[in-house]
Design a protein around this ligand. Sequence first.
Ligand SMILES: Nc1ncnc2c1ncn2[C@@H]1O[C@H](COP(=O)(O)OP(=O)(O)OP(=O)(O)O)[C@@H](O)[C@H]1O
Ligand SMILES: [Mg+2]
Length: 262
Amino acid sequence: MSAASRRPSPSASDAVISLRNVSYRLPGGRVLLEGLTLEAARGETLVLLGRSGSGKTTTMRLVNRLLEPSAGEVLVEGRATPEWDAIQLRRHIGYVIQETGLFPHFTIERNIALVPSLEGWPPERIRERVAELMELVGLPAEMASRYPRQLSGGQRQRVGVARALAADPPILLMDEPFGALDPITRADIQREFRALQKRLAKTILFVTHDLREALVLGDRIALLEGGRLMGLYTPAEFQRADEPLAAAYLAAFRAGDATGAG
Ligand SMILES: Nc1ncnc2c1ncn2[C@@H]1O[C@H](COP(=O)(O)OP(=O)(O)OP(=O)(O)O)[C@@H](O)[C@H]1O
Ligand SMILES: [Mg+2]
């Protein structure tokens, strides 16, 4: 399918992912998310930025209905998630989970091929797709027959990205997909990711706690803290924001740059 044929028409530009006043409470009553309202437009990369424990992964899990909101609504393609068939919803959404979640007893090839296999693609088409994806994420072809334990952490993360892309879902949830990569590989893969974003026009929720990554990859940045949305910015707006939390991120970022650590 060509990139042009996938590009949304203006009338299809409504929010693809929409959280409306969403709260999530644990059965014991502890509040993990409170009154979260957020939308991702078609083709947009919306970054969720926030420190550890701020509720980023919880937000992702609400979108593909691994969790259901205690209050408010989560809509995907304009339909509330409880109205979706759960399996259809999850096949519509590629998910790169934070700990990669590869099956240890499956080879890399079988891990990447998971959804295409479930969808009954012919074996030859699956093999071609796996080879194409491994090249895309920069994994040597001979790794296809290895098991996850025989790869480095960064290589496993790339398998996780390939697996999420395998059946070409229109929506991607990516939870710190490049977190285990060294800075040089990470910069390379970020560059490729940006090129891919332009070409594939996916709607992406992308979690990071790295401001540099958020500024490079995000069309917009949602700043979370303690389960609440503290602000929503374009990268340019973030860089001149004077809200205390955004300013603190910027100050830490610039201090890191000044010492060469960022
Ligand atoms: N099932 C659970 N039981 C108890 N606490 C939970 C549960 N799930 C999440 N939490 C807590 O909810 C908060 C938000 O968790 P979440 O995983 O969304 O954070 P996060 O922003 O993804 O953090 P990180 O950057 O460390 O991955 C954390 O304080 C976490 O300990
Ligand atoms: Mg998390």
